[in-house]
Design a protein around this ligand. Structure first.
Ligand code: NAD
Ligand code: MLT
Length: 310
C-alpha cells in the first residue's frame, strides 16, 4: 500500500515501511493541490510537525487509514476531522522525551549563563568577560508547568543539579510528584516561587496564552522562562517586552507560535532571549526512535492490527 511521508523522518523508519512491503513515497515541501493529489491513493500518511493535516487534506484522501506522527505533539493534526473521516491518528510518545529534556536543560544553562551571547561576541573578536554575570541553578526553584513525560525527565535532571521542584499540573497525582521530589501547587504559587519556569504542556485551548504579562510579572525580575514544548503557550509579544524591560531576567525558546520564526519577530531583537529552531527532538537516537515507532504503528494499522499510540 502507498505510505506518503510529507516531513523528513529517519531512514530507519522508511526502511521499516519498505521491509513490510509498502510503497513509500516521500513528498517534502509539497503543499496545496499538489499534496491533495499525492494523498488521493495513500493508505498511510507520516508527518512530523511541518505538515498541517487539515479537514481539506483528509477529505482528499478517501483511502487513508492512519496518520502517523513521528513525534509527540499532534497539534498540527485536526483530530476531530480525522475521527469524522475514520482515520486513526497515532503518535510516538516516548522516543524523543530524553532528547527534549536534555535540550531543555541546555537551554536553561544557555539563558542563565548567556552562553550564545558570549559565544557570538568572542567569535567577533570581543573578550567580553566583564559583561556576563550568570545565575547558578543550584539551590534555585524550578517551576514546571506540565509534569508529564518530558517535564518529569527535566525535573529529575535539574533536581540532580541542586534545584528544588515545584510543579503545576492539574492532571498528575501527588503520589507521582512525590516520587520525583516535587511539590504540586497552583500556577500562581509556582510563578511566585520559581526562579526558572519551564513549560511542558501540550498546546490546547486551555494552555494557549497561559503565560502572559501578568504571569511574567509574578515570576519577577530574577526569573527565567524556558519553553521547549509548544509555541502559543506563551504570549510572545508579552515575553519579548518582559525581557526587554527587565520584568524577568531572560528566556530560552525552542518553539514558536509561527514556525519557522518570522524574521521580524520581536523575540529576535531581544538580547536576553535565547532561541533555537525547534531542535528539542533533533538527536540521532530520538529521530531513529520516533521514525521506527511510527512506522510500526502504520504497519499495524494497515495490517488491521491494534495500534498502540492511537
Ligand atoms: P505529556 O502528555 O507526557 O505531558 C504533558 C503534561 O501536561 C501532562 O502531565 C498533562 O497533565 C499536563 N497538562 C495538560 N494540560 C495542562 C494544563 N492546562 N496545565 C498544566 N499542565 C497541563 O507530553 P510530553 O511528552 O511531556 O510533551 C510535552 C510537550 O513537549 C508537548 O507539547 C510536546 O509536543 C512537546 N515536545 C516538544 C519537543 C521539541 O522538539 N521541542 C520534543 C518533544 C515534546
Ligand atoms: C514533538 O512534539 O515530538 C516535537 O515537536 C518534535 C518534532 O517533531 O520536531
Amino acid at each position: 500500500m502507498k505510505v506518503l511521508v510529507t516531513d523528513p523522518i529517519a531512514d530507519a523508519g522508511l526502511e521499516r515501511l519498505r521491509e513490510a512491503g509498502h510503497d513509500v513515497v516521500t513528498a517534502y515541501d509539497v503543499e496545496g493541490a499538489e499534496l491533495r493529489e499525492e494523498i488521493r491513493d495513500a493508505a498511510g500518511l507520516v508527518v512530523r510537525s511541518g505538515t498541517e493535516v487539515t479537514e481539506e487534506l483528509l477529505a482528499a484522501a478517501p483511502n487513508l487509514v492512519i496518520v502517523g506522527r513521528a513525534g509527540i505533539g499532534v497539534d498540527n493534526i485536526d483530530i476531530d476531522a480525522a475521527t469524522d473521516h475514520g482515520v486513526i491518528v497515532a503518535n510516538a510518545p516516548e522516543g524523543n522525551v530524553r532528547a527534549a529534556a536534555e535540550h531543555t536543560v541546555a537551554m536553561a544553562f544557555a539563558a542563565a549563563r548567556s552562553i550564545p551571547q558570549a559565544h557570538a561576541r568572542l567569535k567577533d573578536g570581543e573578550w567580553a568577560k566583564g559583561d556576563y554575570l550568570g545565575t547558578e541553578v543550584n539551590n534555585k526553584t524550578l517551576g514546571i508547568v506540565g509534569l508529564g513525560r518530558v517535564g518529569q525527565e527535566v525535573a529529575k535532571r535539574l533536581n540532580a543539579l541542586g534545584m528544588d521542584l515545584l510543579a503545576f499540573d492539574p492532571y498528575i497525582s501527588q503520589e507521582r510528584a512525590d516520587q520525583l521530589g516535587a511539590d504540586l501547587a497552583d500556577l500562581e504559587t509556582v510563578l511566585d516561587e520559581a526562579d526558572f519556569l519551564t513549560i511542558h504542556t501540550p498546546l490546547t485551548p486551555e494552555t494557549e496564552d497561559l503565560i502572559g504579562t501578568a504571569e511574567l510579572e509574578r515570576l519577577g525580575a530574577g526569573g527565567y522562562v524556558i519553553n521547549c514544548a509548544r509555541g502559543g503557550i506563551i504570549d510572545e509579544a508579552a515575553l519579548a517586552a518582559a525581557v526587554e524591560d527587565g520584568t524577568i531576567a531572560g528566556a530560552a525558546l525552542d518553539v514558536f507560535a509561527v514556525e519557522p520564526l518570522p524574521d521580524d519577530s520581536p523575540l529576535l531583537g531581544v538580547e536576553d532571549v535565547v532561541v533555537t529552531p525547534h531542535l528539542g527532538a533533533s538527536t540521532e537516537a530520538a529521530q531513529e526512535n520516533v521514525a521506527t515507532s511510527t512506522a510500526e504503528q502504520v504497519i499495524a494499522a494497515l495490517n488491521e492490527e491494534p495500534v498502540l499510540n492511537a
